[in-house]
Structures are given as structure tokens and as C-alpha cells.
Design a protein around this ligand. Sequence first.
Ligand SMILES: [Zn+2]
Length: 411
Amino acid sequence: MTINNDRLKSYFEAMSLIGKLGETGTCRPAHSPLEKEAFELASSWMKDAGMVTRIDNFGNLIGRLEGSNKELPVLMMGSHLDSQPYGGRFDGVAGVLCAIEVVRTLTENRFPNERSIEVVSFADEEGWRFNKGLFGSRGILGRLDEKDLTRTDQDGITRAQALKEFGCDITRFKESEYAPGSIYCFLELHIEQGPVLDLANLPIGVVSGISGPLWWTVQLKGMAGHTGSVPMPIRKDALLGAAKIIVAVNEIVTQVPGAPTVGTVGTINVFPASRNIIPEEVTLTVDLRDIDLHRRNMYEKQLRDRIGEIAKMHHLTYEISEDTNNEPRYCADWIKGCIHDTCREMQLEAPELMSGPFHDAMALSYACDYGMIFVRCKDGISHNPLEFSSDADLATGANVLLGTVIKILNK
Ligand SMILES: [Zn+2]
């Protein structure tokens, strides 16, 4: 049994026209009329595949293929159809469209599914509009927080208002939640959004887990002074300290060659930012990720020590505030096994790799076992109109997903 490559390609082509930006880009904000249009199109394909569709009160699109035994927990798969404001055609879209094609293939071949299958396009995975993502996937699991509905977008529209305009009834969230134990497992196919597969010249990867980010804001304080007169030995130059911290982050995360640890200083603010004043204050952000929490904790300790030493050396005071601290979430071994077996049958070499970015699967990981399939994307470019995965790779990914689903249904 294999998927229909031409049909899958036509799905991507038709979807790329909704919220089209320039030649190859997409702008499809969460809870927007454009996302509604995308839902209507995807919903028509779900119906063609034999699914019954609905939009729930969190703004998720859900297609359900009823199994012969309604009591069994559901096999869920999907991703998201919302995009970044300056996004591409594949992030999220790949997981939804490939899942629909998998179900279409199963029903065309009259595959007898005892277990029900659901394909979901989760609401607001991206999180840029209201500055917090994974809304729909957290919603169905009862994991929203107090402020989720009062967050506003650039135009001052609250999420509550946007959901209402989308047709959701925010007083009836409970009805859209899934009871504990009602989801058997979750599968998400996603473009890699990194260059590992492209560099290895391989189309498919098996995800080992989603690494949890540790996010810090570091503030360094020194002393301003005239750049022409203060002698070097007595300076308190906060930017010099910051420069050494940036280098330290890089050195710490690269001590084990080949390890997947990544560390980045992504923003830096200098005060007073004048060419003839010694920098007095610097604020920078640190993003540290690893699939191995023990190693990440060890590196965190090393970095704290280094920052202490650097501050002392340059007579600076400092403060570290923790903004986010998520633990890694590992894919289930038995699902990875199903994906690996499928790849072997297809004679595909599929390496295991971790996901640095988070996905809807991360929210689902708190409710059920999950697995993820990565599809190669050109040069690792994502969140950019240049994002590209080939039709052939997407079709291969969909076939891996199909084989995995069949193995799970046969269990
Ligand atoms: Zn995504």
C-alpha cells in the first residue's frame, strides 16, 4: 500500500495559495479568516478520505475516521496550518496534509481499522500572534493558563475575541477537552527545520525527542567612563564581559564533538551605546538546549561559574533570570521502533535526531506516547519563504507515516 504522490502534491499546491506571500511564502495567522479558509479546504479533503470533521472550541480542525471499536483510545496525528508572518509552505502543513493522505490511502484500500483515527490541525502552534504557542494542543489537554485568553495581538485583539470571531464558544472549552487515556498515541510528521538531513543527503529522520530549552536573561553592570581617558586596567566594561560570555556559551556547548547540544546568545542590548563611552550595562539572552537533561544541567552549572569568573575579572555585577525551563520530552521507543521498521522495509537509511524546535507533539507528550518523523528541508531553512521540501521527500515521509500507522493499528 502506498500513498498517491500526485494527489499529495496537489494538496500542497492548493494549500500554498491560501495566504500566499510573494512567490513561495505564506502568511496564515492563527484564528484568522485565512486559517478558516485553509481549514475548509483541508476539511473537504478529510471528507473525501472518509472522515467526519469539526472545528472545536479551541479553534482546532479535527477529522475523525471512526473505527469498528469505538471504545479504543484514538490514534491521533497531525500538526498545524497556521504559519509564521513571513513563513514558508511546509512548516506544519506537511504534517496535516501527509496525515490526510495516509487516511485517504487507508480508506481507498478498505483497510479495516478497529481503532478510530483522528487528523488534527492544531490552532496557533506558532505563537507569534499572541506571543505564546501550542494553544490548541494545550487546550484539548486542559493545559491552558490563566493569561492565555487575555493576550493581545499587535492590533489589540485578545485571543478570546479572535476565537469568538473564528466561531468558537470559549465558555464551552470543557466539551472540547480529551479525557485522560482517550488518546492512544500521537504521530507528527514535520519538516526538520534544520540542516542535519540535508547535509547527510537523507530524506527522512526518526526523532528521538524534543529538547527542552533553557532561556535566560543576563544583566551585566559595570561603570561608564570616557573611552579616551580611563586606563584599561581599571575599566568596568560590561560589553567586554558580555563578549566573553558569548564565547563561553559557544565553548561550553561544543565540548563534546558531535553532541546535539546547542547554545545561543541571540540578543544583546548595550547602554548607553555611544562610541566614546565605556559600556555600562549589557542585557543579553541565552538559549541552551539539549536532549540530555543531565548534560544540560551540567553545562548550566559551568556557564554560571564562567559568568561569575568573567564578572569578577572585569569588576562587573550581574544577575541571571530564568525565563523558560522546559525538560526534554522523549519519543516512545515502541513508536520509534515502528518508524524504524517501516524505513527498513522501504530501504531507507533514517538516522535518529533530536528536535531543537518544539512542536504540538510536545504538548501531546504529557497525555500519551508520541513519535515524530522528520522530512529533509533544503539547507535547513525554515520560518522563511525560502523553506523548501521536495515533492519526492514529502511523499516518502507520507509513506513512512502510512507504514507506521498500519503497524500501530495492527498491534
Ligand atoms: Zn511547525
